[in-house]
Design a protein around this ligand. Structure first.
Ligand code: UDP
Length: 238
């Protein structure tokens, strides 16, 4: 039976970019830093994490280079699992009990995705990391993030971004007149083609009343601050 959460419950999205520290593969020092920031909110917030895999493979890119799209997408999903194991390792080193649940079964390395068990883990103070996306080609980890957040009853999605500290009116790296927004709606983002996350994911959040905070990874302690509910970056609401 499901008990009402007494603590805040959040879902943190970490894209693959974050794990690679800007290149292919996993940068252990970066992952350690993130893990320590998550471990710091122990006992205060229930945390689940959806992990991307763009630091290894993106299905769409492999498919452009001549691979079958579905098989390339499976490679993308398998890449996310390596990120999950790296994050789990550094969380455990920081004395934060952690479970990985994958959408593709691989019993030696992770539990299967079982939503009620994920909730139970969080209630017991464990961090749950969701890997292998949705287990389905043609999906993205952004969409999975909206879906998992809804299914495990997260209060909010926290999108950690690398190289940018929120949502801007235009790409701040290309347009010097771009302004940072404190708040916007999914409708605004969709109409103005602001790609906070992909459109499927935004539609899912909008239709199911799920708020999201987009924030930059780079500031000192930013992940901890976001997990604790500080108002950094940009709030996106229905
Ligand atoms: N992917 C997929 N189905 C899913 C999630 C991911 O096919 O449910 C594949 C897809 O090829 C994607 C890759 O895994 O390009 C890595 O995920 P994503 O690009 O979302 O990672 P991120 O951009 O967050 O690093």
């Amino acid at each position: 039976t499901e008990t009402a959460p007494t603590r805040r419950r959040v879902l943190l999205k970490l894209s693959g970019e974050v794990f690679g520290g800007g290149s292919v593969g996993v940068d252990p020092a970066t992952v350690r830093g993130i893990a320590e920031q998550i471990a710091a909110v122990r006992d205060q917030v229930e945390v689940s994490v959806v992990v991307g895999g763009g630091n290894f493979f993106r299905g769409a890119e492999l498919s452009k280079a001549g691979m079958d799209r579905a098989r390339a997408d499976y490679m993308g999903m398998l890449g996310t699992v390596m990120n999950c194991l790296a994050l789990q390792d550094f969380l455990e080193q920081a004395e934060q009990p952690t479970r990985v649940q994958t959408a593709i079964h691989m019993a030696q390395v992770a539990e299967p995705y079982i939503p009620l068990r994920a909730v139970r883990h969080m209630e017991k103070g464990r961090v749950v990391i969701f890997g292998a996306g949705a287990g389905m080609p043609y999906f993205s980890t952004d969409t999975v993030c909206a879906q998992r957040a809804l299914e495990v009853g997260a209060d909010m999605v926290l999108m950690a971004k690398s190289g940018v500290d929120g949502v801007y009116t235009a790409d701040p790296r290309k347009d010097s007149t771009a302004q940072k927004l404190d708040h916007l709606t999914y409708g605004d983002a969709l109409r103005r083609d602001i790609r906070v996350m992909d459109q499927t994911a935004m539609t899912m959040c909008n239709d199911n009343n799920l708020n999201m905070r987009v924030f930059g990874m780079e500031g000192e302690g930013n992940v901890t601050r976001a997990l604790l509910g500080e108002e950094l970056g940009t709030l996106v609401t229905p």
